[in-house]
Design a protein around this ligand. Sequence first.
Ligand code: HAM
Length: 426
Amino acid sequence: MSLSTQPYKGTRDFYPKDMRIQRWMFAKMRQVVESYGYEEYDGPMLEPFELYAAKSGEELVNQQLYWMIDRGDRKMAVRPEMTPTLARMVAGKINELPKPVRWYSIPNVWRYERPQRGRLREHWQLNVDVLGGDPLLADAELLSLAFDLVKSFGGEKHVAIKINNRRLMDHVFTSVLGLDASAALAVSKAIDARAKIGEAAYAKWLGDLGLAPELQTKMEIFFKSSFDEIAVNYPCQGVEELKSLFAFLKDSGLGQQAVFDATVMRGLDYYTGTVFEMYDTSGENNRAMFGGGRYDNLIGMFGKDKLSGVGLGFGDVTLRDFLETHKLLPEMKSAMDVFVTLPTKELRGISEKIVRSLREAGLRVATPLDAGGFGVQLKQAAKHLARHVVLLGDAELADGKVVVKELATGQQRTVAIEDVAKACQG
Ligand code: HAM
């Protein structure tokens, strides 16, 4: 029996043409995030199981985690997200790190999910986090950074950032509805799923949780309220935080794109304040492009130190779907600038000299690994999308010259060997 060439379900092979796109997306991520003064970090793909069991939430841990017992009997998990690793690393050097900590990373993370549009089992996720500083200024900085990232891809007209606050929701669940902590968590999961599962399933879910009809009515009144109505009827710290955050976002030019949405709950349990998601407003992609929020107590898992943070995860799968939907992916250039032909092995010395001078000039250069005629080698160059081809013809070489051909236009120039690099630039 022959082996399958398919990758494991829910994972992708990145052939060079996909890798070109991936590298282009990551380069933009790095450029924008670094323009805000963030530094890159990384950590291991395996972490102790307990790191997630403590705070990430039931769904992630019981249904989505890949885990194993290692040869030393330790229960290890393949990272399903980066935030616990970040918290561990920050906690480990909390007194040495300059504050605020502004870090980013682009890890691959694994979740056992049913593969579908926007959801795979392995994805890469830009993580950007700030720990320390004034919480609402930090929240605003992060959202404005994320918006600038989408702008750098040309997608700013197609997105909205939906924002909510966990403290406001806790206030509604406990003080207004009188739920205890575990009922509040269960109800928040139903709200989180509402848009995906539909009204009938949502109502049944609430019924199954034993939520009395009058509480359901109270909840509906809350969800139908505008932010101004909520500010008057449900005053609390969460509302005050939202007011300040929206004012800061307006200063950053996000007055239109940032909107309040009480249904944004976020699946992860560690968020305690601001929570947010970015959506494609075209309706073509129903998965959040990024999601995140403020976590006050993650560092505390590792000792007595406290440092509140805010962060987001921006997935490569949802980003690529978004860019494809809006035709924002450019034609990707190949990895080769110049192809230097090799008509005979005797000419290898001169070919090598030219190749070296081109590489020293910063160009990406390849040569054929078989000597052969120009026709075959020109075809090879075209297949690899080289911009220029250097043809080593006897007549020109006798004068210390070669022919440089631009493949897109077909234009040819005869140039002195010392001038080849100049002729191939641009
Ligand atoms: P998350 O909401 O679980 O948050 O994921 C963030 C983003 O990762 C999603 O909005 C989506 O773009 C992408 N994503 C998640 N799961 C999948 C999947 N199965 N397939 C493809 N893309 C996916 C977190 O992971 C938090 N740790 C983010 C964070 C950082 N919070 C604070 N700092």
